[in-house]
Design a protein. Structure first.
Length: 213
């Protein structure tokens, strides 16, 4: 059996030339997201969200990107979950899109804020009914004695909402991470990777720079 800690894949020589990077990093992200989807990257919209808790300790988990526009990167969660409470108390956030199979990665730093209730309502209404029930059943991040108790709560809610729409829970909704930094990373041979970083100036303009690997 090979040692997983000693393994390394050569990332090849596909360059990230300055001339290939769009002036708008949001549009560049859209392009790379489409590339990841076309390359059959598993869950290309999966992103690692990092927050800071009340003890100033970093916390990370994977969530799914559900929208991207000039206002930022949007996802949905339970506001009473660890990540929800952490972002409400301290809106600093970081995102990582790890597209390993195509040797690319995008890093984002920014500030998170809750989205408008109407947007949360609309997205919740578009979710599968089972996911809507689960949002009511789970007190996300809280301890529970057994899986059986959770499944029993789901059964109770299925009976309660039978024959009618499932309303959005008051403590469930979206966040948008407004980016202050977006970095595009392209893997290269010998770890001489290409890194292009955009930083938003106070004027709102994006400043671009190339970083050493």
């Amino acid at each position: 059996m090979s040692d997983p800690l000693s393994q390394h894949t050569d990332y090849g020589q596909l360059p990230l030339n300055d001339s290939d990077v769009l002036a708008d990093p949001v549009e560049q992200f859209r392009l790379w997201l489409a590339n990841a989807s076309d390359a059959d990257v598993y869950e290309p919209n999966a992103m690692v969200l990092s927050t800071v808790d009340a003890d100033s300790s970093p916390c990370s988990r994977t969530v799914l990107l559900r929208a991207i526009d000039n206002s930022g990167f949007e996802f949905f969660t339970n506001y009473s979950s660890n990540k929800g409470r952490e972002l409400i108390a301290n809106p600093a956030a970081a995102l990582v899109f790890p597209w390993y199979s195509i040797h690319r990665q995008v890093l984002v730093q920014g500030v998170a804020r809750p989205v408008a209730a109407l947007l949360s309502d609309a997205y919740f209404a578009s979710r599968p009914r089972g996911s809507q029930i689960a949002a009511h059943a789970s007190e996300q991040s809280q301890p529970i004695a057994s899986r059986t108790l959770l499944e029993g709560r789901v059964a109770e809610l299925e009976a309660e909402f039978e024959g009618r729409d499932v309303p959005r829970p008051d403590d469930w909704g979206g966040f948008v991470v407004e980016p202050t930094m977006i970095e595009f990373w392209q893997g290269r041979s010998s770890r001489l990777h290409d890194r292009v970083r955009f930083v938003r100036a106070a004027s709102g303009k994006w400043d671009r720079m190339r970083l050493q690997p």
